[in-house]
Design a protein around this ligand. Structure first.
Ligand SMILES: [Cu+2]
Length: 155
């Protein structure tokens, strides 16, 4: 015969857990971590993920997961957005205040296709972003389709 005995402290702990699970979710702005890697799913010298879909007020955290003088610098921005340029192998937080498409690159490895894109809200400047991406990619020695692959995910 099995007897189920729950002590009073255990019941209280269970009740507290249920209360915390039932608490309404607060609408906090999200952080999107983008790793800077020497090698990733898409090859060598990559941002991962190379495409982020975010909301206005969110933050992208460029993280030097692997070090090789990686940084993140903006290449194309929606109107009114502030350019950024991170230091080598250093975490950089970029707050996304404006709607649109953002292109960025790792300055030392841009020629190797170490680039990425961010979509915030409506991609109203997508045509400009595609044109700028095509121009940039033409000069790459490898990873010539990385901006295209990132921009193909814009919805
Ligand atoms: Cu790099």
């Amino acid at each position: 015969m099995i007897t189920c005995v729950i002590s009073r402290p255990a019941v209280l702990a269970a009740a507290a857990l249920c209360a915390s699970l039932a608490a309404p979710a607060t609408a906090l702005a999200a952080d999107h971590v983008v790793k800077m890697l020497n090698a990733g799913k898409d090859g060598s010298m990559v941002f991962e993920p190379a495409f982020v879909k975010a909301a206005v007020g969110d933050t992208v955290v460029f993280t030097p997961t692997e070090k090789a003088a990686h940084n993140s610098a903006s290449v194309l921005l929606p109107a009114g957005a502030k350019p950024w340029r991170g230091a080598a192998d250093t975490e950089l937080k970029v707050k996304l205040d404006k709607e649109g498409v953002y292109l960025y690159a790792c300055e030392p490895h841009k020629m190797m296709g170490m680039v990425g894109a961010i979509q915030v809200g409506k991609p109203s400047n997508l045509a400009d972003a595609k044109a700028a991406a095509a121009k940039e990619q033409a000069a790459f020695v490898m990873g010539k389709d990385r901006y295209d692959k990132a921009l193909a995910q814009v919805r």
